[in-house]
Ligand binder design. Structure first.
Ligand code: ATP
Length: 332
């Protein structure tokens, strides 16, 4: 049941204005141009009317208060309907339901259900089958009675269906059929995709078999490589061990040879000292030898001279003996 309508910046209602529809109120009266139809427009607008023409304007922003001689235009329009939902007619779990709509000069807009931002569809779904939606029988504007009376059977049927609450289910049926259609189309696309995926699956399967074979051969090859590498490792380790032992032996030999070399070098040094001393002695001996040779030569010359002298003395002795003998003979 409608409880109130609050308008702010909507058409001629520049100030915040609240209409309380207490029990018993059946009509709003006022002089021509006082804004009675604007009230109906506000209700239609809140319920989601999308036609500026149906709201008696050229464009939707015409619902915003456009100023007057003594007042500047409003920046936005706001309208809110409040329903008593204690009977649970509206499918929402609150005692009171507030539905609002706002529109700003820049074009931004929003719907609110119980102060929660909502979609137009949520607002339409809320009132579906209650007779309260736009174009339903609960809103019959000036000139609409004639239209309904003169309408064809199907248009009249829509009014009665809404009154009977069938339209909600018809709308759900239409939605369901649309969804079914979309599902059928999706199914068709999925069938194509499944075909495509199946052919890809076949090629993937054959690739998987090849990959498995490749992995098997790779593992075998790896095992072979590991075996060979282990053999190489063992042989090389043994050779390395031998080489290390040989190096150790060679090192010991080198150490011994070094020791010997040091001994020889020490001996050589002492030999060199000795050789130098012998050299000195040799030079001394050579000097002595030269002196002796000179002395020998002198002595030989003396010997020769003395020998000559001895021969001369011998000859002289012989001569003197002869002389003595002769003188003796002469004396006798
Ligand atoms: P009638 O009985 O003749 O149909 P009414 O009482 O229904 O009249 P409405 O048609 O609701 O009156 O109101 C018309 C008034 O609303 C006009 O004075 C018009 O100038 C004013 N109006 C409409 N749109 C706006 C707007 N955007 N800003 C300010 N005033 C507006």
């Amino acid at each position: 049941m409608l409880k109130s309508l609050e308008l702010f910046g909507f058409k001629s209602f520049a100030d915040r204005t609240k209409f309380d529809f207490a029990t018993g109120i059946t009509c709003v009266v006022g002089p021509n141009g006082s804004g009675k139809s604007n009230v109906v427009d506000a209700i239609k607008w809140i319920l989601g009317d999308q036609s500026p023409k149906s709201l008696r304007g050229k464009e939707m922003s015409d619902v915003i208060f456009n100023g007057s001689a003594g007042r500047k235009a409003s920046g936005f329009a706001e309208a809110t309907l409040t329903f008593d939902n204690s009977g649970g007619i509206l499918p929402i779990d609150t005692q009171e339901v507030q539905v609002g709509r706002r529109l700003w000069q820049g074009g931004d807009a929003e719907y609110l259900i119980n102060s929660t931002p909502s979609r137009l569809k949520d607002v339409r779904d809320l009132f579906m089958g209650t007779g309260t939606s736009t174009g339903a029988y609960s809103i019959i504007e000036q000139g609409r009675v004639d239209q309904i009376l003169q309408a064809n059977a199907s248009a009249r049927r829509m009014v009665f269906e809404e009154a009977a609450g069938i339209s909600r289910f018809k709308s759900r049926k239409t939605d369901a059929l649309r969804k079914l259609d979309r599902v059928a189309q999706n199914l068709l696309r999925l069938t194509d995709i499944v075909d495509e995926v199946e052919s890809q699956l076949n090629s993937t399967r054959s690739q998987a078999v090849k990959a498995a074979k490749y992995r098997e051969v790779s593992e075998e090859l790896r095992a072979w490589w590991l075996g060979l590498a282990a053999d190489d490792y063992r042989q090389l380790s043994a050779r390395l061990e031998q080489s290390e032992k040989q190096v150790e032996r060679d090192k010991q030999i080198a150490d011994k040879l070094n020791e010997q070399l040091q001994g020889y070098e020490a001996q050589l040094a002492s030999f060199e000292v000795e050789a130098s001393e012998v050299d000195d002695q040799l030079r001394q001996v050579e000097r002595t030898s030269a002196t002796n040779r000179e002395a020998i030569v002198d002595l030989q010359s003396t010997i020769r001279h003395q020998s000559d002298r001895r021969r001369e003395i011998g000859t002289e002795l012989v001569h003197n003996r002869l002389l003595f003998a002769q003188s003796d003979q002469l004396g006798s």
